[in-house]
Write a protein that binds this ligand. Structure first.
Ligand SMILES: *Cc1c(COP(=O)(O)O)cnc(C)c1O
Length: 239
């Protein structure tokens, strides 16, 4: 595909996404300005980030540290101004320092041991990092490193994040379980988010909603949508 054809494809995808988000906001009685679209660019090249940047996208999501670090560096080299990097994948503790060096928001804090690691990484980079607690919305949360932290453990993790000098507790994040109506799952997330806000009024971010379920997420109060395929097209098979 020529460069121009790809730019046109991304512009058309973005227009379709904008239409969906605007419709969902209107249906929920929410302002479009209250919802941020994050383009999840994993497996796609920095050139696509540049094309999306030209279309006005400033929030970019990645889930593998190695790819994200390289892409963030490539985008700096391309001179793309004002990008905010969102790390949405599982954080390995030995990668916390690297993630903290380029990420503005880490969506996937799912265990206590990550907290000091991220704080140290942010301190070393001379940055303040916004961190979200990833909530496991599955019926039977499993400690398999995939789904986040059980709802009952969220407040303790949020308190721990809020106490770090180089971290800012931003709120919560979740992925809807595959075997459930996303509206029901996101309603539980909204309850957890409200409980976190009761103790931390500034922790207002609710990262929920992917390409298939953004409408349900907007209806349930999501502030950040993580959109991959709807914007970029289908990904090559996962490694
Ligand atoms: C890949 C990914 C997304 C984007 O998913 P799509 O269904 O392609 O929109 C969102 N969130 C996380 C955590 C992801 O890993």
């Amino acid at each position: 595909m020529s460069t121009d054809a790809r730019a046109a494809e991304l512009a058309a995808n973005l227009a379709a996404v904008e239409e969906r988000v605007a419709t969902a906001c209107a249906a929920a009685g929410r302002s479009r300005d209250d919802v941020t679209v994050i383009a999840v660019t994993k497996t796609f090249p920095a050139e696509d980030v540049a094309r999306l940047h030209a279309l006005g996208i400033r929030d970019v999501g990645e889930n593998y540290d190695r790819d994200a670090a390289a892409k963030a560096a490539a985008c700096r080299a391309l001179g793309l101004a004002g990008l905010r990097w969102h790390f949405v994948g599982q954080v390995q503790r030995n990668k916390a320092r690297s993630v903290a060096s380029y990420a503005d928001v880490v969506h996937s804090v799912d265990r206590p041991r990550l907290v000091p690691a991220l704080d140290k990484g942010a301190a070393a980079a001379g940055r303040r990092l916004t961190a979200l607690v990833q909530v496991d919305l599955r019926d039977h949360p499993r400690d398999d490193g995939r789904g986040g932290t059980a709802p009952g453990d969220v407040l303790a993790l949020a308190d721990a994040l809020a106490q770090q000098a180089h971290l800012r507790l931003g709120g919560v994040m979740a992925v809807a379980p595959r075997d459930e109506d996303p509206a029901a799952a996101f309603a539980r997330l909204a309850d957890v988010a409200a409980a976190v806000r009761a103790g931390h009024p500034d922790a207002r971010l609710v990262s929920a909603g992917m390409s298939a379920d953004l409408e349900a997420a907007v209806a349930a109060g999501a502030t950040h949508l993580r959109l991959g395929t709807a914007l970029l097209g289908s990904r090559p098979p996962l490694r």
